[in-house]
Design a binder for this molecule. Sequence first.
Ligand code: WTA
Length: 643
Amino acid sequence: MSYPYQIKSMEEYQDAYRLSIEQPELFWANIASHFKWKKAPYGKVLNWNFEEPKIEWFKNATLNITENCLDRHLAEYGDMPAIIWEPNDPEDNHRILTYRKLYDKVCQFAHVLKNNGVKKGDRVCIYMGMIPELAVAVLACARIGAIHSVIFGGFSAQAIADRLYDAQATFIITCDGAYRGQKDIPLKSVIDDALIGNRTVQKVIVCTRTRTPVSMIKGRDLWWDDEIHKVETLGLHDFPAEEMSAEDPLFILYTSGSTGKPKGVVHACGGYMLYTNYSFVNVFQYQRGDIHFCTADIGWITGHSYILYGPLSAGATTLIFEGVPTFPDAGRFWSIVDKYRVNILYTAPTAIRSLMGFGLGPIQNHDLSSLKVLGTVGEPINEEAWHWYHQHIGKGRCPIVDTWWQTETGGILISNMAGVTPEKASWATLPLPGVQPILVDEQGKEITESDDDGIQKGNLCIKFPWPSILRTTYGDHERCRTNYFATYDHLYFTGDGALKDADGNFRITGRVDDVLNVSGHRIGTAEVENAINMHAGVVESAVVGYPHDIKGQGIYAYIIYQGNHGDENLTRQDILQTVTRMIGPIAKPDKIQFVQGLPKTRSGKIMRRILRKIAEGETENLGDITTLLDPHVVEEIKNGRLV
Ligand code: WTA
């Protein structure tokens, strides 16, 4: 069974697209009528300007997203699996939570939050592994109207401390530890370190997973199970969902930009719900009963939108996998697909490339015939990986959706719709209804020229709001404006470069700002530099990206180091340790080159263009270096380049 607003043909796509551009308010009001509102979305659908920016969708309507993700499915689909959970170790038991069960658990935990003083609008930080209780925690926050801020389990105590401070978070939900492949990450202990000196957090709720020893601080730390037990003893069941304005914040998710400090991207309840649902149903062509497996971590936007809110609001069955693709062996994804008869697989190009490296052996003993749709996200997919995925995983019969979007966009903006609109290897293809992308030059002028093949090239902007566009960056609206809306007048600037062909298809070529995309993780170069510069021996550093076969981009750091190294490799280890402490292992440079100086202009600006070229292996055509303060440093850097 499909959905009334599911697009079924190219003609329907074109009609929907046209209507969404000519009458966006009517278009989205129609979609909104398929959801459960407390106060229906009558009246003005959209108020907006990109100058402040101010964006309001269905401002007068009220709702609770969890009623859309849970309550409204109970009568008909209560016994259907909402979540299938596959543990890290395939020998352990899996778990299935039906919609009824998930509803009960979310209500229970909402009581726990309430009993502990959590109120609407409070910021709750969630730092957990990929277990069903993470979904329960997220949804319970939404039910009570608290703003969740999920932090990926790979971030360090310092990174968490910064985020807790920025969000002024008052509660934390965590686990004793998390399993990831062979590793056991001591989450609670990281939280304890993050809380040294913290003045806002009142309580920490700890869910048991790994039985790692933890220290529980009196008056602050509580066990999840004890709190649930209290609720059971009190006989508490249903939890009335808090009435939220469509524009109330649903969550904050921190992401990297070109400046040093991560930004708290804020999404609003109503528009986010509409758009994640609409894009989920249309891009993946989800049919009731399909099993949807998105391999992302819930700590990233992909997990928020396409493991939790999109699928659950559509009454889908979503698979949560605790582990990693290579544990216990490189056939793990395929064994999961086989075990649960997965229909939709959504993963990152970096995972595909790394699994390609293991050859066809790990695929062979698994039946992948249940697959109908494949998807990719997070970075450009190279043609080789696309064809491998298509041929060996999809056996040539599954469409691949190449979905382009960002933390800030909330949902997929540019993608083909599986089997409905044409696919083109390594092209994200067409904008979804409601999305109006344009390419501009450095001055913000719309590109009109194309090359001999009819291809246009420029910086990717969006000129009209869609429902799940970010509303602000937490606590600093001006930062939201300068980051996204000030580069070009009247446009949302994505930070990405793109190509557009004569048929209107888009190919995203990568970031044009100082943001790296390492294994699909967004990392700001300035953030990594700040971390490196914390090391006592470092005078200055410059970080750039370089092409990496598996990760897409690798991190290359040029470092001016004070005094004697002793052993250079030990110094490298020390610096890596510092980055791990300040941000987390995901931001560790792949290469560190010690240099005497950095190429700077006379005004003191580092010329990254040159450093990027050298890191890429280009040593001849470095462009104009005559404006450099000291052109000799370039020779030295070239000679010392690491291969
Ligand atoms: C990149 C992830 C090419 C892009 C959902 C964007 C992509 C950044 C694609 C956002 C794609 C994402 N093709 N590049 N299909 N999808 N990107 O915020 O550079 O973690 O700006 O959101 O990933 O990363 P984020």
